[in-house]
Unconditional design. Sequence first.
Length: 217
Amino acid sequence: MNFLQSVICSFSIIIAAIIAAWRFGNIHPVFRPFIFCIWLACFNELLSFILVRSHLSNVVNANIYVLAESLLICWQFRRWGLFGKQTKIYHLLLGLLSLIWVSENFIFFSIFQFSSWFRIFYSFIIVLMAISLLNGHIMRERGALLKNPLVLICLAYIIYYTFKVLVEVFWVYGLNESTTFQIKIYFILDCVNLFCNLIYALAVLWMPTKHRFTLQF
């Protein structure tokens, strides 16, 4: 996959962002952390594209973005009721994520290199949260699951962040030294990214309005 195809896959998140902007006034507020995350992803992709085309590094903004993304996704799971009344666990998780990010970017390594350990940790946490919430929701949900935005988003999270953990592990343990291997891995990651971005767009399109949302979180 060439650079242009990779950019197209990355910018496919714009579809969900446009739909979210169009429907924002009618979408139930419980989904707003996810929408903010989509808009942030669009901004980061645009900034990264400009930096790369200007022959500059996008490492710093990418490292800042993953921290903001992880906190927004945790907030979204809280809005979905994953933590229930256990607010201490939620705040402990936010603190742990922030501590690991600061430690990797400013103590053990540098913010001018990609923070693989943080990416592995927060991706793993997102997968666990998505599986936990999805299991409970499937037991309660009686409607069409594939038209449920919560289910769609959790499925996309499981698919994308599971593969992201694998990619970052390859980086950490030096299993990506082969150029051919790197090309194949990032081709798959771009395809997974495109697929999940389209799922996000579908989820935003099916997000219930303020008056039709009945689940208690």
